[in-house]
Design a protein around this ligand. Structure first.
Ligand SMILES: Nc1ncnc2c1ncn2[C@@H]1O[C@H](COP(=O)(O)OP(=O)(O)OP(=O)(O)O)[C@@H](O)[C@H]1O
Ligand SMILES: [Mg+2]
Length: 374
């Protein structure tokens, strides 16, 4: 990141709010982010994200601010009281499924991080399922993942996913069934006595279709507790049915993301999983090939040439025999005669299935467009 380093001193009881792109390092003192105590390593704050650093004892930081980053000092904490109450409720329940539902930019991801950290501090077992396929912190966009959380973290992207699934789209509207089935599968991987599975969901809640989708999701998952965060739309979704729901507030200092922030966050997400990629040729013998939303395999012999051409640059998911995602890649060429596919990826194992997703990408992880009309 370009920017000059500076040293900042902050008094106990204050919150240092850093909006990215930025990085910071504690030099002296005691401080925490969302309940995770800081060590002396450097943390990055992506563009469109904020780190609220709570100062326990007078502290010094080395900070680098990128373009459009900002730094602010506040009194007290930015964590709403309702988040602390929700954390206590989860600790009391101790095990089961918690689902966080709310609109875009309401603080869902930050709340999940805070809850997970709070449970870890109380020595509870925690797993996170990040099902926000457009903005997930646990994997590249178009995917969802589950992770066992064993230590408190400043940012969920520091957690290593244990299982990942490929959806192929960055928004759930056309993939509602697949999204719900996938969340259920990931939750089942982690459900066990004494463990709390926290599910982060996408921010699509406005309108009838979205409400029905979220209700169906809740019906399938049967959460022990549902947290409805922010806005006016959320409570009305959650009022139907016989559910244990807890409304929680959205922090006042939420930083809303612009479309550009979201796009840039997705670039970072793809890029992280394309790092170390090269052009690889895979034989298609014994490998199933299908569109991400289609139940049947593609028959290469009957696909019209134009349609084959149109598949170039599409994101692909390489799946193992159990259907879990191994790696993503970018489809460069499908050679019908040689029964091979050329991909830009770091895949090394032979996949069992290749799923073709909707997003078109260049090798640097920039979105070029879509395969299907939006
Ligand atoms: N309690 C808080 N203190 C400081 N900053 C916060 C807090 N909660 C959220 N933010 C900031 O507000 C922004 C939006 O929060 P977050 O990413 O958690 O929302 P979200 O609902 O998950 O958004 P999306 O719909 O994009 O997934 C982020 O920059 C985040 O760092
Ligand atoms: Mg989020």
């Amino acid at each position: 990141m370009i920017g000059t380093a500076r040293t900042i001193h902050v008094k106990a009881g204050r919150t240092l709010l850093i909006a990215g792109p930025a990085s910071f390092q504690l030099i002296e003192g005691e401080a925490s982010v969302l309940g995770a105590s800081l060590d002396l390593s450097r943390n990055t704050v992506a563009r469109g994200k904020q780190a609220p650093i709570e100062i326990r004892t007078s502290s010094s930081f080395n900070i680098i601010l990128g373009e459009e980053a900002s730094l602010e000092e506040l009194d007290g904490s930015t964590i709403p009281l309702s988040w602390r109450e929700a954390a206590s409720a989860l600790a009391e329940i101790g095990e089961g499924i918690t689902v966080v539902i709310g609109g875009a930019d309401t603080g869902k991801t930050t709340l999940c991080t805070f809850l997970s950290n709070s449970l870890i501090l109380k020595n509870r077992q925690v797993a996170i399922v990040d099902a926000d396929i457009g903005q997930t912190d646990l994997g590249p966009p178009t995917t969802m993942a589950a992770a066992e959380v064993t230590a408190s973290v400043v940012n969920l992207s520091q957690v290593k996913p244990s299982e990942r699934l490929f959806i192929g789209l960055t928004s759930p509207g056309h993939a509602k069934g697949k999204v719900i089935r996938s969340i259920k599968r990931l939750v089942e991987c982690h459900t066990k006595p004494g463990k709390m599975v926290i599910v982060n969901t996408d921010g699509w809640i406005e309108g009838n279709e979205a409400a029905l989708y979220k209700l169906q999701m809740l019906d399938e998952l049967q959460p022990d507790i549902t947290l409805g965060i922010g806005g006016n739309e959320t409570p009305s979704i959650l009022q139907t049915g016989n559910r244990t729901t807890l409304p929680v507030g959205s922090p006042d200092i939420i930083r809303e993301r612009t479309r550009i922030d979201r796009r840039e966050l997705r670039v970072l997400g793809y890029r992280r999983y394309l790092a170390g990629a090269s052009l690889r040729t895979l034989r298609l013998d014994g490998v199933r090939l299908r569109y991400c939303l289609a139940p049947n395999d593609l028959d290469l012999r009957v696909i019209p040439r134009l349609q084959l051409e149109n598949l170039k640059d599409a994101i692909v998911g390489f799946l193992d025999a159990s259907g879990f995602l191994q790696e993503i890649g970018v489809l460069k060429d499908l050679v019908r005669s040689a029964k091979t596919v050329k991909v830009w990826s770091r895949i090394s194992d032979t996949p069992s299935t290749i799923e073709i997703g909707d997003v078109k990408l260049n090798n640097e992880g920039r979105e070029l467009g879509h395969l299907w009309p939006q």
